[in-house]
Design a protein around this ligand. Sequence first.
Ligand code: GLU
Length: 373
Amino acid sequence: MDRLKKARRIVVKIGSALLVDQKTGTIKASWLASLADDVADLRVSGAEVILVSSGAIALGRRTLGLPKGKLELAQSQAAAAVGQIALAQAWSEVLRARNIVAAQVLVTLNDTEERRRHLNARATLSTLLGQGAIPVINENDTVATSEIRYGDNDRLAARVASMMSADCLVLLSDIDGLYSAPPNKKGATFIPEVKAITPEIEAMAGKPVSGVGSGGMITKIDAAKIALGAGCSMVIASGHVEHPLKRIHNGERVTWFLAEASPLQARKRWIAGTLQPSGRLVVDDGARSALLKGKSLLPAGVRGISGTFARGDTVSVVTEAGLEVARGLVAYDSGDARRIMGKKTSVIEKELGLAGRDEIIHRDDLVLMTGER
Ligand code: GLU
C-alpha cells in the first residue's frame, strides 16, 4: 500500500506475542529476521524508522523461573529487568546483520508527558535518527511504578509517534485490524478505514482480549486517538506472518486510521491553541520579520521577557508595540532566557556554562499568530 511507502518517519510497535514464542519463552528468530529485512527496506526507500518493542516480561519470566499466569507487579518488573537485556541483544544482532545500529531507549510516562523531558527525549531520538541508528524503545518497566506506567506499548508507541512528529504508526498485533464486533461473533464485519474516532468506533473496541501482551483493541483505539490528534496515520496489521511490513505494502487486509492534518500542522494547531501562554518574549523588528519568513527565534532578537516559565512551556512572542506575532515552545526557562536575551548565539555557552540550543524557539515549535499560518 502506498501509504506506508509515502511515510517519512514510521514508528513500528511489535507486540510480545509476535516476538516471543509462548511455548519456549524465547525469541522467534526467523520472524524477527523477516521483520528486520522489512525495516531495512523501508530505510532504503528513505524512511526513518523507530521501533517500539514489547517482550521484556515475556522473555524474562521463564528465565527467572516465574510461574505461568498473571504475575504480580514486582514479579513482572523483575521479569522485565531480565528480559530487556535479551530483547535488546536480539534487536542489536538482527539489525547489525543488516548494517544498522540499534539504540536502546527505555522511557517512562513522564518522559513523554512532561514537557522538559519531552524535549530532551525528542532531541536524543532525533540525534539517533540523524546518525542513522534505529531507536528500539520500551517502557522502563523495572522502575516505572504502577500509577505512572503506560502498561501497554500501544499507547506508548502513539506517544512516541506524536512526540517525534511521525507520519505513520504501525501496530503489529495478533489481530489483523478492527471489526464491527468481536471477530468470532456472527455478522462481525472488517473495518478497513477509519477517519475519526467516533463513539461507534470506540464501541467496536469491546473488552481487552490479548494473551501475553497487555494491549487489547481498547488500547489500540486510545493509541489511534493520540496518533490522529498528532497528525499521524495509524495502521493495525497482523504480525502473525513473516514480512509483516512488506505485506502491508502489498495491500494485505489491515485497518487504516487516517489523520486529516500533517504532524506539523497538528503540532502547530496545538501550540496556537494554548489558552494561557506562560510568558512573553518581546522581539525587535529584525526578529519579527525573520519569524514572518519562517525562521527560528534567536536570543539576539529578544528585547524583553515577562513571566516565569519552564523549558518547553508555550510563550507568546510580541512586538515592542505589544502585538502578538507568534507562539511557541520555549527552549530555555525564564531565568536562562533573561541571561541570554539580546546576545549572539555564540556566547550562550559562556553565559550559561553549558551548550544549549541555538534557538530560543525553534521554528518547528513556533506558529505565527498573524493570520498568515
Ligand atoms: N513493556 C512490556 C514488555 O516489554 C510490554 C507491554 C505490552 O504488552 O504492551 O514486556
